[in-house]
Design a protein around this ligand. Structure first.
Ligand code: NCD
Length: 346
């Protein structure tokens, strides 16, 4: 089953030209995990596996995008998403123009609207714009007026679709399957956009069971739970982390408290609740030896550093997979764009 918003209906079905409608000029925006069908994910992961197998992920000159450029504009802080996209761009032979603190170092500070900034940036003809913004829905607003593909690198407490692809890719690499899984999510499911995208993504897979252990006010948004439950995903929420849950899980997905998104009056209280789900080596000992711990990072105390040395710890590998995964994604998004420009070169 495929769920695709109208705006991008013909821009993201299957990989390459197989099922894509070629007549429309709609750019291949990446806005929500709801765009991704099984065929797309299978093709993307096959390409990412191939790229991961290359020494230093170096491509032959015929395969790269030399001469083209992309734009990365982030209105929120980032280490992994920005740097892995940047690295992916370099490895694909692209020039990469980066504004890493666009809230302060762009005309946003003078009051320019996001739409106007996107009109200007897209006028410089990048093959795509990778955008992070603190407001839920802002990236979709940018895509609505952009003639070049927009990639959502996180929109406030909304979604983080490329992280969810990376999370699922890590599961594929580390566990060897992306169906038939017990997934335990710890931390902040209310404001953590990675949990929103991941849960939606998992609702497309077969036989996945999700449990959460969060401080009471930080459960998954109710509308999200309703949506994924209708799709057949089982979601069980709790306010404590038990040994039974840890022993049950194939994946333990840990997230930090999104304190920058909490209302000021609530910030101090939630910190006291960290210990509810903090992962220690004692807790990891209860887990299956084949289970894996994921975290989108940064961690800020919710996984003890001693856990890094357990066989279940996969979060730094997960971060590293960001490069081949985002290379594969960029290759897919840019394919038609580059061909269009190449054919105009005399
Ligand atoms: C996450 C994000 O920005 O949503 N980080 C990331 O992209 N890897 C998670 C977070 O900030 O907690």
């Amino acid at each position: 089953m495929v769920f695709v918003p109208d705006m991008i209906k013909y821009s993201l079905m299957g990989n390459g030209n197989k099922t894509q409608k070629t007549t429309g000029a709609t750019p291949r925006h990446i806005l929500s995990v709801d765009q991704f069908d099984h065929l797309f994910v299978a093709d993307l992961f096959a390409d990412a596996d191939h790229l991961a197998s290359l020494t230093h992920r170096v491509l032959s000159p015929a395969e790269n995008f030399a001469g083209f450029h992309i734009d990365i504009t982030f209105y929120e802080p980032s280490t992994r998403t920005r740097k892995s996209f940047e690295t992916a761009g370099f490895l694909l032979g692209l020039q990469v123009s980066v504004t890493e603190n666009a809230g302060a170092f762009s005309s946003a500070i003078k009051g320019e609207t996001l739409e106007d900034s996107i009109r200007v940036l897209s006028g410089y003809d990048p093959l795509c714009i990778i955008l992070r913004h603190p407001e839920k829905g802002a990236v979709a607003r940018a895509a609505a007026i952009s003639p070049v593909p927009i990639i959502n690198a996180g929109d406030g407490a909304g979604e983080h679709p490329t992280q969810a692809l990376l999370d699922l890719f890590t599961i594929h690499r580390e566990i060897g399957r992306i169906d038939d899984l017990n997934v335990l999510i710890l931390g902040d499911c209310r404001y953590g956009r990675t949990t929103h995208s991941l849960v939606k993504m998992l609702s497309r897979q077969k036989n996945i069971h999700v449990r959460t252990a969060t401080p009471e006010p930080l459960t998954l948004p109710e509308d999200l739970v309703n949506t994924v439950t209708e799709r057949g995903l089982t979601v069980e929420e709790s306010y404590e982390l038990t040994e039974e849950q840890l022993a049950w899980a194939d994946i333990v997905y840990v997230t930090r408290l999104q304190k920058e998104r909490l209302p000021a009056e609530e910030r101090s209280d939630f910190h006291k609740q960290y210990d509810i789900y903090r992962l220690t080596t004692d807790r990891v000992r209860v887990m299956k030896p084949t289970a894996r711990i994921l975290h989108p990072l940064p961690r800020v105390g919710e996984i003890d550093t001693a856990v890094d040395f357990t066989p279940q710890a996969a979060y730094f590998k997960q971060a590293a997979y960001g490069v081949p995964l985002r290379m594969a994604l960029l290759r897919w998004v840019l394919k038609d764009q580059a061909q269009k420009y190449r054919s105009s070169i005399r």
